[in-house]
Design a protein around this ligand. Structure first.
Ligand SMILES: Cc1ncc(COP(=O)(O)O)c(C=O)c1O
Length: 468
C-alpha cells in the first residue's frame, strides 16, 4: 500500500468536494481505483481519512457522500436574561482563585499546591489498586466506606484528651470535598434565614455556600490570634445564632492558628448557648511551624461539627473529605448529602484510604511541610527585597498563603489588574471579607507557582505599588 497514492486520492477528492454540493455522491471506490491506479486498500484508507476529517460520510449499502458543511452563525442568548432574572447571590461568576491563566504567567492566586508537592506515586498506585477491587463496580454506602469512616474518626480520636469519649466511625460521613460539606452543614444545621457567626476575613467558599443555603452572615473580626472570645459571646447573645463557622487551624487566608485558650473559650461559649462550632480543618496536613489541634477532639456532646479534607494534601482529583458530627446533626447532614448526591464514588474512597494508610503517607507529610516552609520563607524574603510596601502582617504557621496588607488606601482592584498586565496573577483580598474589607489586602499562594519566579513576582508587585 502506498502512502503517496493514498495522499493523492485524498487531495483529489478534496478538490472535487470543493466544487460539489453537500449530499453529492462521492465517486465509487472502483472509479477511484481506476482513476488513480490504486489498490482497494489504498482507496479505502483514503476514504477513511476523509471521514475522519469530517468531509465525507459513508452510509452502508448506499455509498459515500459529501457532508454538509456546518455553517457559523451568530448566537443570541439574550432571551435568557429575561427568563432567568437577576443572578442569585454568589452565582454571578467564579472566584479569582478559580481562574485559569496563560502558561507563562506567574500564578499566585490559586488555592492548591503544585502537583510536584503531592504524593504522586502513592496516588497513582492507589488508584490502580482500587480499580481492581469491588469498589470499582459497586455503590458505596451513603455515609461512606466503613474503613475510611474509621480512619477519619480514628485520627480525630487520637487527639482526644483523657476523659473525652472519642468520635466513632459512624460519626464520620465521607463527602466529596469539604466544599459540599459546608453547603450541607449550613442547610442542615443553620437553615434558611438563620444567622451564622463567621470570622472576618474568612474563606470565600464558605460565604458562597452560606449564600446558597440562604444563611445570614454575622461577621466577627479575626486576626493573627483568632477572634476575641468576648466578641463571639456578644454576637451569640445579640443575634441568637446557633452556629459559628471558623477555621481555628491555619486559616484561609491568614494561615493563623488560634491559641489553645481561644479554642477552649469558644467551645465553652457554644456549649453555654446550646450552639454549634462548625470547625473547618481544611489545612490539617498543611502545618509548617505548628501542628493541628482540632477543637472537635475535646467535644463529645455534639457541639462541634468537624470538616477535614484530603484535597490539598493527597490529590485534588481524589476529592475526598469527611464531616464528623454526632447526634441528630449527624443524621440531618447525612440526609442532606444523600439528597444531593446519594453517595461518594467508592473507587475514589478506596484510593484515598489506600493513600493515607501507606507508611509513605507520613513520609510525604514530613516532606510536604519542608517544601511549604521553604516556599513560604522565599516568598516572604522576596517581598521584603522587591516589594517592601507589601506587608505580611503575620507569618503563616501553616496553610498555603500569605495574607498581605498593601499601603492604606491602595486601590486593590487596580493593583491586581496592573499586575496581571505584567504577567502576575494575584487574588484581591476583598473576596475573603463578609462585609467591607478592613484594609487593602491581597492573598498570595506560595505553594503553587515555580519558586524560581518568586523574586520576579515580588518585583512586579513592587513596581506596581511604586507606580500607583
Ligand atoms: C477553608 C477552606 N474550607 C474548605 C475548602 C474546600 O476544600 P475541598 O477542596 O475539600 O472542597 C477550602 C478550599 O480551599 C478552604 O480553603
Amino acid at each position: 500500500m502506498s502512502q503517496d497514492s493514498s495522499d493523492r486520492i485524498v487531495a483529489g477528492v478534496r478538490a472535487w468536494i470543493a466544487t460539489a454540493s453537500p449530499g453529492a455522491r462521492v465517486p465509487s471506490n472502483r472509479a477511484l481505483m481506476a482513476e488513480y491506479g490504486a489498490s482497494p486498500v489504498t482507496v479505502q484508507k483514503a476514504m477513511q481519512h476523509l471521514v475522519r476529517l469530517g468531509l465525507v460520510e459513508s452510509r452502508p449499502g448506499a455509498g459515500t457522500f459529501v457532508r454538509a458543511v456546518p455553517t457559523a452563525r451568530a448566537v443570541d442568548y439574550g432571551w435568557q436574561t429575561a427568563a432567568l432574572g437577576t443572578a442569585p447571590a454568589g452565582l454571578a461568576g467564579l472566584s479569582s482563585t478559580q481562574r485559569t491563566v496563560a502558561p507563562d504567567a506567574i500564578g499566585l492566586h490559586s488555592g492548591y499546591p503544585a502537583v510536584d508537592l503531592l504524593p504522586e506515586r502513592l496516588v497513582r498506585q492507589a488508584l490502580v489498586r482500587a480499580a481492581r477491587t469491588d469498589a470499582a463496580l459497586t455503590r458505596s454506602p451513603a455515609a461512606g466506606l466503613p474503613e475510611l469512616q474509621a480512619w477519619f474518626a480514628g485520627e480525630l480520636a487520637a487527639a482526644a484528651p483523657a476523659g473525652v469519649t472519642p468520635a466513632s466511625a459512624r460519626d464520620a460521613l465521607i463527602i466529596s470535598g469539604s466544599q459540599s460539606g459546608l453547603s450541607s452543614i449550613f442547610r442542615a444545621v443553620v437553615g434558611v434565614g438563620q444567622p451564622l457567626l463567621i470570622e472576618s476575613p474568612t474563606y470565600w467558599g464558605a460565604m458562597l455556600a452560606a449564600a446558597q443555603a440562604g444563611v445570614v452572615l454575622v461577621p466577627i473580626p479575626s486576626g493573627p490570634h483568632g477572634p476575641d472570645p468576648d466578641d463571639v459571646e456578644r454576637a451569640f447573645v445579640q443575634t441568637g445564632a446557633r452556629a459559628f463557622y471558623a477555621q481555628p487551624t491555619f486559616a484561609n487566608p491568614t494561615g493563623a492558628q488560634w491559641p489553645i485558650a481561644t479554642g477552649q473559650a469558644v467551645l465553652e461559649t457554644v456549649r453555654r448557648h446550646g450552639a454549634f462550632l462548625i470547625e473547618d480543618d481544611w489545612a490539617h496536613d498543611l502545618g509548617i511551624d505548628a501542628d493541628p489541634r482540632p477543637i472537635a477532639a475535646s467535644d463529645d456532646d455534639g457541639h462541634v461539627v468537624y470538616l477535614r479534607s484530603l484535597t490539598k494534601s493527597a490529590s485534588p482529583a481524589l476529592r475526598v473529605a469527611a464531616v464528623i458530627a454526632r447526634g441528630p446533626a449527624r443524621d440531618r447532614i447525612l440526609a442532606d448529602r444523600a439528597a444531593e448526591s446519594m453517595y461518594v464514588s467508592g473507587l475514589l474512597q478506596a484510593a484515598a484510604l489506600d493513600v493515607v494508610t501507606q507508611p509513605a503517607w507520613r513520609t510525604h507529610l514530613r516532606g510536604f511541610r519542608e517544601h511549604l516552609r521553604v516556599r513560604r520563607d522565599l516568598l516572604i524574603s522576596s517581598l521584603a527585597a522587591h516589594a517592601p510596601a507589601a506587608h505580611v502582617e503575620g507569618v503563616p504557621v501553616g496553610g498555603l498563603n500569605l495574607w498581605v496588607r498593601l499601603p492604606e488606601g491602595t486601590d486593590v482592584v487596580q493593583v491586581v489588574r496592573a499586575c496581571e498586565v505584567r504577567g502576575l496573577i494575584i487574588a484581591p483580598g476583598s473576596e475573603w471579607f463578609p462585609a467591607e474589607p478592613s484594609g487593602s489586602y491581597v492573598r498570595l499562594n506560595y505553594a503553587n507557582a515555580d519558586p524560581g519566579r518568586f523574586a520576579e513576582a515580588a518585583g512586579i508587585l513592587g513596581a506596581v505599588l511604586d507606580g500607583v
